[in-house]
Design a protein around this ligand. Structure first.
Ligand code: NAP
Length: 254
């Protein structure tokens, strides 16, 4: 534990998934108390227990981020457990890929509500406390898909929207000591990309080999690669960085 986040409280949505769990674990190892917010309650409990087992402080909070009342309640639970909220990272996400002529209303609304409405709901709830504290860090999970990706009309629109949301909130909340940024990963090895390979009818190892060959840096993205950049954006070394999107993709892609 290096202590750079001692005394800080972080809330991570999607905190039981690949990138969210790596981020929660990184924050805990830096000394923060962490609220792990996820629709998958059993997995959130397991991530929280893993953090507690290594001497960290964590609490699992069950929540469907696409439900605004559930998001408000999750922030209230975090505040009553830990008394403050310094860092918000919005990782909760789903994919419902389809070419546009096959994309259903449900595919469209499900993705927009999880990524965009979910992030909006947490950002709005978190800023109430962060503005009072005159301190806060927010990071939203965008994607290289924001630049356009076949089969992802819903997801690419949501991920581009999150970049715009980060820029806008950076302007509105900056005077209150709050930084708002986005991180846009390329491929990261998680349950989400495993499901994408399955949808494409590809063996996951073959899919990963193809991605590796196309990645300039010849590294297969792992959750900790993204958590490292999020940790930078949530620390005070980056206090002059706000409203930005950092592509973390083993190459330019931005
Ligand atoms: P993941 O492993 O699938 O984790 C996502 C987590 O969010 C899961 O625990 C999931 O629960 C949870 N979740 C889904 N819908 C939710 C809801 N309505 N309310 C609360 N929690 C919900 O995905 P990941 O790869 O770590 O992705 C994290 C973020 O990075 C996402 O926003 C994703 O779009 C973005 N991203 C990922 C990649 C990549 O290559 N992996 C690339 C670019 C961007 P369930 O498992 O129960 O659904």
């Amino acid at each position: 534990m290096d202590g750079r986040m001692v005394g800080k409280v972080a809330l991570v949505t999607g905190g039981s998934g690949g990138i969210g769990a790596a981020t929660a674990e990184r924050f805990a190892s830096d000394g923060a108390a962490v609220a792990i917010v996820d629709i998958n309650e059993a997995q959130a409990d397991s991530v929280a227990a893993g953090i507690a087992a290594t001497g960290g402080t964590a609490r699992a909070i069950a929540c469907d981020v696409s439900d605004i009342a559930s998001a408000e309640a999750a922030v209230a639970t975090c505040l009553s457990a830990f008394g403050r909220l310094d860092v918000l990272v919005c990782c909760a996400g789903i994919v419902r890929d389809n070419l546009v002529f096959r994309m259903t209303d449900e595919d469209w609304h499900g993705v927009l509500e999880t990524h965009l409405t979910g992030t909006f709901a947490f950002a709005r709830a978190a800023q109430r406390t962060m503005t009072e504290q005159r301190y806060g860090k927010m990071v939203f999970l965008s994607s290289v898909s924001a630049l356009g990706n076949r089969g992802q009309t819903n997801y690419s629109a949501a991920k581009a929207g999150l970049q715009a949301m980060a820029r806008t909130l950076a302007i509105e909340l900056g005077p209150f000591g709050i930084n708002v940024n986005a991180v846009a990963p390329g491929f990261v090895e998680t349950a989400m990309t495993r499901a994408t390979a399955a949808r494409l009818g590809m063996d996951f190892d073959a899919f990963k080999a193809q991605v590796l060959e196309q990645t300039p840096r010849r590294i297969l993205g792992q959750p900790h690669h993204i958590a490292n950049v999020i940790a930078f954006l949530c620390g005070d070394e980056s206090e002059y960085v706000s409203g930005q999107t950092i592509y973390v993709a083993g190459g330019p892609r931005g």
